[in-house]
Design a protein around this ligand. Sequence first.
Ligand code: ADP
Length: 587
Amino acid sequence: MKEKKKTDIMKIINGYAGGHRHLITVGRILAAVSAFMGLVPFYDLWRIIRIAVKGEELSQIKHIAWQAVGITLLTLLIYIVALFCTHIAAFHVQASMRSGLMRRILTLPLGVFDEDGTGKIRRIVNDSTAATETYIAHNLPDKAVAAATPVGLLVLLAVFDWKLGLICVIPALIGFGFMMSMMGKGMQEKMAEYQNALENMSSEATEYVRGVPVVKVFGQSVHSFRRFKDMIDNFGKWATEYTLMLRMPMTAFMTCINAVFAFLVLGAFILAKGGVTQDIILNVMYYIIVTPLLTVTLTKIAYSGEQEMVVVDALERIDHIMKIEPLADKTGTAEPKDNSVTLENVSFRYKDAQTDAVHGLNISIAGGEHIALVGPSGGGKTTTAELVARFFDVSEGCIKIGGIDIRKLDQKKMMERVSFVFQDSRLLKTSILDNVRLARPDADEEEVTAALKAAQCEDIIDKLPNGIHTVVGDKGVYLSGGEQQRISIARAILKNAPILILDEATAFADPDNETKVQNAIAELAKGKTVIMIAHRLSTVKNCDCIYVMKDGAVCERGTHQELMSKNGQYKSMYEEYSRSVNWKVGA
Ligand code: ADP
């Protein structure tokens, strides 16, 4: 079973290594050669001791010593060349894994990043590929050394005195048996559990850090973060159980491999029954010199099994991303005839969900029309908007832009046609200029400035130390939610895509910001087809059509006046909304 895993690891690694796979092989062979050569100085040492004990040919000692030094240096050199080969191959594998992952990620539905969490994906792209790199660069040559050394040692042990050699090998073999028993105890699953636990703790820790202000304000302690605390407790419990499980075999393994000395001395006494000869003393001394090497090698073999499990886990995580189904990218040549958007009988169910998030949607928006999606939370507004931007592909029905099914549209062309302004605007840690320019990298500074002006961002730019060259998120540079949204509106203005999907921000810090955001949106929406997720009903009154969504379906549609005359869901929502606004003003 272990053999199968090993071949699988190498098969995957060789797949990424391409032509560099030969370097891995060369590296491993050189590492094994260096392991064999590394034993020669021990033989030289024995020769020196023999000369010293026998008191003959003393002049040879210097010569042998220099030979030992020379061979040690050569061994080191060969090992360095081996590492050089495996490092080059490892860097190549890591680079091709990362670029493969990034290429794959670019083809994935945008919704995957919400579902899987960008943190987890980042961890896989960074950490799992780094683990593979370490495995190829260091662990593979080390494994070759660990495999070659015992073979060389066995030969040496047998050549000098096979009886003493056997005495050294017996405890080593028993220790090895204990080690194999440890490996068998569902270790691979345990390693996956361990990595999952670390991953969960780290994401819970992030939540905890984010929540620290709340904790402080309300005088709470870490215990209020139940999930975080439970994660830590469970991990502690798991780690203790796991350690206890391995306590016996690990203790036995360590005892055996460190007991070689004791066996040796005992064996020497038994063998020397007939009288202690010079040869026996010499051989025992040789074995005393060489046995620590046996101990070190066995320990290395024990740990190489663990490293193998880490890399198997890393490769599985990489494979998970590579297996996510990409959006079917039909690089069709069809051109939409206008900027209309139609949803025909659209249903969608999230992966692993029990029910449809939206179902039976029929919405028709003519080019240049403004529509709003309103309704209670969980009604399906965000899902509908995201489906139009092809974050996911519909489960049933179809969505058309300009009469063409969006699944048949070239993705790049589709992206040129559609802009999305998110509620939680995402600004990157770079200058305002570059943040806006993300929409159109070839735009010059003048165009960016004009877009910022149209998005009512002048006051923001004025207060920043380096104007549009100020880096967002740098020391002391803080933009409020409303300000960030205005910058991302400037981005959409610069992109100037004819279809605009807008998730209205729910909360602004102050009315001034709110007015500016509204003005910026009005500027952006001019002449465009607009789908707006509206949270405040004051902003939807002028829309060409309002769709009220509830439980994943449209329950009412019409203009503000039409819906107000219906006495339905919208009217009661609107009245409720007006009351809350008036209450605020009154208060
Ligand atoms: P709204 O925007 O109106 O609040 P959503 O479109 O966010 O509604 O949600 C519609 C339904 O889909 C809800 O029942 C919600 O729980 C579910 N949902 C939303 N996002 C996901 C997701 N990533 N995975 C599974 N279910 C989801």
